[in-house]
Design a protein around this ligand. Structure first.
Ligand SMILES: NC(=O)c1ccc[n+]([C@@H]2O[C@H](COP(=O)([O-])OP(=O)(O)OC[C@H]3O[C@@H](n4cnc5c(N)ncnc54)[C@H](O)[C@@H]3O)[C@@H](O)[C@H]2O)c1
Length: 367
């Protein structure tokens, strides 16, 4: 079995954790499985993943080896692997489009994006590079609100017949037109909006399901999140947030016993706190009524490093995209999308999605 060639779009904190993780888990032994959901997934181990191409727009990253770019400012995630070997792959200038929000210019250089003054690649340039590098899977890690930029790279992946994993809340897999384009071209598509390993979304969903299963009505809830990375800084521009709010809110609504009125559910990024860096803190409150209509409430605080929290999930999504490709499957890959993403084309409760995912990996999905 050959390895999996991966292209990165956006070499920010999430990409940093992913690339660090590939070195961390590179010895490939089964004792090296701590923190992974799957050590061997469909015959692929983390050490089988290789970065073969990367695009970014920041002048501190473009032109440098991926192994250096992942530690360049404004990336601020924790360094859990400081021995990332040179990849031999230089970060190339990307197509900015709507990847950069003007408000980012109001912040200090170390905290914000600094776009490089280099000509953007054309679609043909990106397609050519994907083909030359024999990329199997493209990972979309653009900032929230990058609708046009995501569509640009998704179109490149389609043309180069490269599987596309959409980690961000721009709707591609859950947009029927894009889903059809990938189906017609027989290219795998996974998304949208990666769900972290143990983050606010999965915890909120599991607790919502618990309320439903224990007969407790969920009347009101909020999930407030703060963080100090560029993802949170970018999201200070509320105009970029519409799909993020939909994605995160629907992830909770879809497992509630009864849909809450819009004014009774508030889920989303809440503020940028610079000193938190890549630490994300979630404050969660759920109010309900139990036996006899007697009120109860629950408060929870979750503190996680944001980017490593998504990297193990990313490693699994990449491997699922590759096994779909190996099996000649094109279009939406439903099972991993439902388990690994906040806004998949079809929402399933997490236990149902997990069972379906394991069937998909084993190749025993009933059509
Ligand atoms: N951490 C998680 O658990 C998690 C969960 C769900 C979704 N996400 C999403 O993943 C995405 C990436 O997150 P991150 O923390 O790595 O963000 P980040 O801000 O650290 O990285 C974004 C990178 O994209 C680059 N970029 C901007 N425009 C570009 C363009 N047009 N072409 C190429 N590169 C461009 C930036 O220079 C930057 O390096 C975000 O949209 C985030 O919301 C993350």
């Amino acid at each position: 079995m050959t390895g999996i060639n991966v292209a990165l779009v956006g070499v920010g904190n999430c990409a940093s954790s992913l690339v660090q993780g590939l070195s961390h888990y590179s010895n490939g032994g089964s004792n090296d499985a701590l923190g992974l959901m799957h050590w061997d997934l469909g015959g692929y181990r983390p050490k089988d993943l290789k970065i073969v191409a990367a695009w970014d727009i920041d002048r501190r990253k473009v032109g440098t080896d991926v192994a250096d770019a992942i530690f360049a400012k404004p990336n601020c995630t924790t360094v859990f692997c400081d021995h990332v070997g040179k990849t031999g792959v230089k970060v190339e200038m990307g197509n900015i489009l709507d990847g950069y929000s003007d408000h980012m210019a109001d912040y200090p250089d170390d905290r914000t994006f600094l776009p490089a003054d280099i000509k953007a690649p054309s679609k043909d340039d990106v397609v050519k590079r994907l083909i030359e590098s024999r990329t199997d899977v493209m990972m979309n890690y653009l900032p929230v609100g990058s609708q046009l930029a995501t569509e640009f790279y998704a179109a490149c992946a389609l043309e180069a017949k490269v599987a596309f994993v959409n980690n961000i809340p721009v709707f591609i897999a859950s947009n029927p037109e894009w889903a059809k384009r990938f189906k017609d071209a027989n290219v795998p598509l996974l998304g949208d909006d990666i769900k972290a390993q143990l983050g606010a979304t999965i915890v909120h969903r599991v607790l919502t399901d618990l309320f439903a299963k224990r007969g407790v009505s969920l009347d009101r809830t909020y999930q407030l999140n703060t963080g100090g990375n560029t993802d949170f800084l970018n999201m200070l521009n509320k105009k970029r947030l519409a799909s993020k709010k939909t994605s995160k809110t629907e992830a909770v609504q879809s497992v509630a016993q009864f849909r809450m009125e819009d004014e009774n559910i508030h889920v989303g990024p809440s503020d940028y706190v610079a000193w938190q860096n890549d630490n994300k803190v979630c404050f969660l409150r759920m109010e309900g009524r139990m036996f006899g209509g007697v009120p109860m409430n629950l408060e929870m605080r979750l503190s996680v490093e944001d980017s490593p929290n998504s990297a193990g999930v990313a490693i699994d999504m990449i491997r699922c995209a590759k096994i779909a490709k190996d099996r000649g499957l094109g279009g939406i890959v439903y099972e991993p999308s439902a388990f690994f993403c906040k806004h998949p084309p079809v929402q399933r409760p997490d236990d149902v999605a997990f069972a379906a995912l394991e069937d998909f990996i084993a190749g025993t999905t009933k059509q």
